[in-house]
Ligand binder design. Sequence first.
Ligand SMILES: [Fe+2]
Length: 143
Amino acid sequence: MKEIIKWSKDLETGISTFDEEHKTLIETLNEVYSLLENKESEKAKELLRNNIVEYASKHFKHEEEIMEKYNYPELENHKKIHNMFVNMIVNKMLPKIEKSDSEFRSVVSFLVGWLVMHIKNMDKKYGRWFKENNITINDEPRL
Ligand SMILES: [Fe+2]
């Protein structure tokens, strides 16, 4: 399978349940990319439409629940960014993938880029905060 992104250690938040969910999201984006590369754009579209929004929303909700439970100080800002991202997928990205395969490809690159940036900048930040505050999360992954 052709991959657009590889999981690497620098994406680790230190919270295994969220790392697992991030891996699932990345795997799904790789599947979309691979289908697109194999000229199976209809299947790729279906996967993006049916799974990505749902997975991202479930995962974000899980993160937000845990942040809320432990009074993470940056919860509100983090939540805002999650919501903006989901709205952008639904309102801007999903219509775009219908236009052409090259637009579709650019959407996939954008989603991958966004996710990597978000994990590195924002998710790793809560990872450090939980660690500094000696909080251990033992939740099961939800994806
Ligand atoms: Fe997040």
